[in-house]
Write a protein that binds this ligand. Structure first.
Ligand code: SF4
Length: 346
């Protein structure tokens, strides 16, 4: 299947995702508030989703400096890099809650684990927005009235135990299902047991994302040392059985010192379980770099070329297994903003 965008556009997207922040002119007022996510690659930063050439990329924005520069001319926007025009025509896409067209809620940033890449538990108290369930439902209902609303999703840190988080998430899923019965719901728990997966399915979740994070077991032990690789894999496998194909996804992060072969082997293992891997370039910043380099030593930045090469390999595997990220209605595969997405971008 052909990609939805040109190779040139995919290259620009990869360069943006691999690059630094976007400088926003000091006197420019964004047409909507910047996203202030507490989970995902941009956690802890103000970010904006830029759309161009039929795709989109979410980037940290700054008023102080950046690798890219937003140029505003009336109602038109373009991006410059190094003093040269980088993308001639860009649009700014509002995020309903964290993602375009979705209310994607981090229900709790607290976490008993210490995954070295994850910024959520490292955020200052004033950024973490610890919210009551009633407030979360109220915010989702508010978002559901906005233009373009399409889906709801939940992620969470593990404040006390995986099962307690899953039960809270399931309670929210049930409430959303009653209030918005036609809206697809995605869930992203740290699930370690088949019954946790089933609790979420029975509550009404349509899609599930259980992140294996890396397929290199030595790296896993160094960066997710208090999590259990085999239990996560077991939960993904069970999800494939009960949610079905093209309804289960899982992040594999690259840029941690693993090989491309390892990433693609992991993509195949997941595909064999009916799960669609999300290949995600490691994002490093002032919150996670010391922990990552303390565990893994100095790390090579991820290049745009590597992003595209891996996405090409991922696409071949999905084709062989009859899988596609474009079948998802919620979470990252539907959002398109942080990764090179097979069948859309390449
Ligand atoms: S791709 Fe995923 S992590 Fe990135 S903004 Fe979209 S939903 Fe969030």
């Amino acid at each position: 299947m052909e990609a939805k965008v040109s190779r040139e556009t995919a290259k620009k997207k990869a360069e943006m995702l691999a690059g630094g922040a976007v400088l926003i002119p000091k006197d420019f007022r964004l047409p909507f508030p910047a996203s202030r996510s507490t989970a995902g690659p941009g956690a802890g930063h103000r970010s904006v989703v830029f759309s161009f050439g039929g795709t989109r990329a979410k980037k940290a924005v700054s008023r102080e400096g950046g690798e890219f520069e937003l140029v505003v001319e009336g109602d038109s926007y373009s991006l410059m890099r190094g003093g040269f025009l980088f993308i001639e025509k860009v649009e700014l896409v509002p995020t309903l809650m964290h993602a375009p067209f979705q209310a994607f809620v981090n229900i709790d940033s607290r976490c008993i684990y210490d995954c070295k890449f994850c910024n959520s538990p490292r955020l200052a108290d004033d950024a973490t927005k610890n919210l009551s369930d009633d407030r979360i439902i109220e915010m989702i209902l508010g978002a559901s009235k906005e233009d373009g609303f399409q889906a709801v999703a939940f992620t969470s840190g593990v404040a006390e135990s995986p099962m307690m988080t899953v039960r809270r998430m399931a309670g929210l899923v049930k409430r959303v299902k009653q209030l918005l019965p036609d809206t697809p719901i995605g869930v992203e728990p740290y699930a370690t047991r088949p019954d946790e997966v089933e609790i979420l399915l029975e509550a009404g979740a349509d899609e599930i994302k259980i992140n294996i994070e890396t397929f290199d077991r030595d790296i896993f032990e160094k960066i997710c040392d208090d999590m259990d690789f085999d239990q996560i894999l077991h939960a993904i496998n069970h999800s494939g059985e009960v949610f079905g194909e093209n309804r289960v996804c899982s992040n594999i992060i690259f840029g941690l010192g693993e090989t491309d072969e390892n990433i693609l082997e992991g993509t195949k293992v997941l595909a064999n379980m009916g799960a669609v891997a999300t290949l995600r370039a490691l994002r490093r910043d002032e919150l996670n770099t010391a922990g990552l380099e303390g565990a893994l030593g100095p790390l090579e930045p991820v290049s745009a070329e590597r992003m595209l090469t891996l996405a090409d390999g991922q696409k071949k595997i999905f084709t062989d297994y009859g899988l596609s990220p474009l079948r998802f209605k919620t979470m990252c595969h539907a959002c398109l903003s942080c990764d090179i997405v097979p069948f859309w971008d390449v």
